[in-house]
Write a protein that binds this ligand. Sequence first.
Ligand code: ITT
Length: 211
Amino acid sequence: MFPRGREQKGDEWYKLTSKRLFPRGRVVFFVTSNVHKFNEARRVLAEYKVATALLNIKALEIQDNNLESIAKASAINAVEKCSLPIIVEDAGLFIEVLSSFPGPYSSYVHQTIGNRGILRLMEKVEKRDAYFHSVVAFCSPEEPPKCFHGKVKGKISHEERGSLGFGFDPIFEPLGGRGKTFAEMTITQKNRYSHRARALRRFARWYTSSP
Ligand code: ITT
C-alpha cells in the first residue's frame, strides 16, 4: 500500500497524500476513548455521507475553563501524533444552580462523585436547569483547528432513570424530550436533541461543502 521510501519520508508522506487517501468531506477520524460518543457521531455523520473511523490514541487533554481551548489543544496534539484529518470532541454538563459545575471538569466529577453525587448536591433544589455543551474540533495536517459548538438545554431529574447511553445521561432530561432522560432514549432519539449531534451537524455541513 505504501510507496517505496515511505519509511524514510515518515509523516511527510501522509501530509502530502492524506487529502487524496481521505477525500475531504467523505472520511474523518474521531479521536476518542469513548465508544458511546463514537457510536452517536458515526450515525450523525452518516446522514451527510461522511464515514467515521474510531482512532483510540491518547490525545493530550489540558485543564482549562474553556471547552474550545481544550478541544483545540487536543486536536493539534492528535494530528501531531497521527497526521490524519481528525475530529476530537470535548463536552460538559453545566448546572445553573451550581454555578455551571461540573462544566469542563465533567469527566473527573463523573468518575468521582458520579450521578448519585450530583443528585445529592441537588437534593431539595427546585430550580434544576442545566445544559450540555459540546465542542467538536476538526484539524488536519494541512489546516489549523476549527471548532463547532452545540448545546442542549434541559433539567436534572430527581432520580436516575434509564440504562442506555453513558455518563450523566440517566439524570438529564432534554427540553422537548417529554420528560425522558437521555438514558431512556435510543441513540437515534438522543441524536434529535443532543449537544454532540448539533455540533457534529454544523461540522458536517462545513466539511461537506468546503473545497
Ligand atoms: P474522550 O476520550 O473523547 O475525551 P470522555 O468520555 O473523556 O471521552 P469528554 O471529556 O468530552 O469525553 O466528556 C466529559 C464527561 O462529560 C464524560 O465523561 C461524561 O461523563 C460527560 N458527558 C459528556 N457528554 C455526555 C453525554 O452526551 N451524555 C452524558 N454524559 C456526557
